[in-house]
Design a protein around this ligand. Structure first.
Ligand code: ATP
Ligand code: MG
Length: 411
């Protein structure tokens, strides 16, 4: 029978891949905890409206990338393409909109129907934090600083640059949109087909275009700066000042607009040149309108998401697998006593394996093959003395150790 293939754009995480993946999640979990974030887990699928209402009708995610299907009762469900909308839905569903701030850490799989390539998959994974209920610019700075601290703890911060921008408040954005429309309209014929469509529906998105045809026009496009209201400009200054206080280096990039509709004020991306075209590793911003879109009260919020696969690729080395201790009974007569020792080691938190097939030579070969750091060899004479032979598999040195002292020697 022909073997069944994995779904295009999905990956199995095995061996080094899952160790890298876990390293990212565990580091993020540890750092976000020190910043006061609590972990939430929300469902992998949601009512389609959770995303269609909030991400914007013109976003790539909603128009081209969602895995949407009718379940057996005919309800339209969507495999989550991102975390923020589901978290805001959960905030409202659980009546937490009056218990603010909420600081949330999240990690899990996401689904987008995209063209698979290195660093771009149809099932991928994100870590994500959200700070909901704070409108002070220090909230933005703290959220970004937490992301930076994770990149530092992973040892990848040196290859990554933080780029920030502001999208202003509604008034600033309306003025900016008008300026962009008149600029792009003057260059309409030179724009890519996609960008021409965006010109009517969402001109800000053109700034996000990766089409080669658009790049020259984009280079001369107006920036938002002159269109910011005094409030929006002051907010942006506050964020930059906060970043400096938190010791986070950044570069301003007026091109950063983010792909989703719900952002206002701060927008940022941590980018690298080490991952080819998939250079954005962590991205986010302020989204003061989203909780209200979900049926809650107007609630300020700021957050980011990062691709675990992209971060995992940047780790210079995979964390090593934990090396076990091999328990090796010499004969069937000592098997029961060996199981006792095995249980004792495991109960003490020591990774331990028992070799129970083949002759002694075979058992020792296998202990070496699984990368054991030591072998606990038990013979009938040893058992009678209440001792084992402890062999260091790197040096070959062997000595007799009383069973009662074994755990202490291996911890
Ligand atoms: P891109 O411009 O690369 O498509 P995006 O703007 O769609 O990214 P976000 O929605 O902001 O990405 O998601 C946050 C992060 O999740 C990205 O910066 C990236 O690291 C990761 N990511 C997004 N889509 C994918 C994917 N298909 N495969 C792997 N990682 C992804
Ligand atoms: Mg995308």
């Amino acid at each position: 029978m022909t073997p069944i293939q994995p779904i295009r754009g999905t990956r199995d995480l095995i061996g080094e891949d899952i160790r890298r993946h876990r390293q990212v999640i565990e580091t993020a979990r540890r750092i976000t905890e020190t910043y006061g974030f609590e972990e939430w887990v929300t469902p992998i699928f949601e009512d389609t409206r959770v995303f269609s209402r909030t991400l914007g009708d013109t976003s790539d995610v909603v128009t081209k990338e969602m895995y949407t299907f009718a379940d057996r009762s005919g309800e339209s469900l969507t495999l989550r393409p991102e975390a923020t909308a589901g978290i805001c839905r959960a905030l409202v569903s659980n009546g937490l909109t009056q218990s603010l701030p909420q600081k949330i850490f999240f990690s899990g799989p996401m689904f987008r129907y995209e063209r698979p390539q290195k660093g771009r998959y149809r099932q991928f994974h994100q870590i994500d934090i959200e700070l909901i209920g704070r409108s002070h610019p220090l909230a933005d700075a703290e959220v970004i600083a937490c992301g930076f601290a994770i990149l530092e703890a992973l040892g990848v911060a040196g290859e990554i640059v933080l780029e920030i921008n502001t999208l202003g408040d509604t008034e600033s954005r309306n003025a900016y949109r008008a300026a962009l429309v008149s600029y792009f309209a003057a260059h309409r014929d030179a724009l890519s087909v996609e960008s021409r469509a965006r010109l009517e529906r969402n001109p800000l998105r053109i700034l996000d275009s990766k089409e080669p045809a658009d790049q020259e026009i984009l280079a001369e496009a107006p920036a938002i700066g002159p269109h910011l209201t005094a409030n929006a400009a002051a907010f942006y200054e506050g964020v930059k000042e906060g970043l400096t206080r938190f010791g986070v280096p950044f570069r301003e990039n007026p091109r950063i607009v983010r792909g989703l509709d719900y952002y206002s004020h701060t927008a940022f991306e941590f980018v690298t040149t080490h991952l080819g075209a998939q250079g954005t590793v962590m991205a986010g911003g302020r989204y003061d309108g989203l909780v209200a879109e979900m049926g809650g009260p107007p609630t300020p919020a700021v957050g980011w998401a990062a691709g675990i696969e992209r971060l995992a690729m940047l780790l210079t080395e995979a964390p090593p697998a934990l090396r076990p201790v091999a328990v090796v009974p010499v004969s069937a007569a000592v098997e029961a006593a060996s199981v006792d020792i095995l249980r004792r080691l495991r109960a003490a938190g020591i990774r331990a394996e028992m070799e129970y097939q083949g002759n002694l030579r075979r058992r020792m070969e296998r202990a070496n093959r699984i990368g054991a750091r030591a072998a606990v060899i038990l013979g009938e004479d040893d058992m009678a003395r209440g001792a084992v032979q402890l062999k260091d598999l790197a040096s070959g040195a062997q000595e007799e150790v009383p069973v009662m002292e074994l755990v202490g020697r291996l911890l």
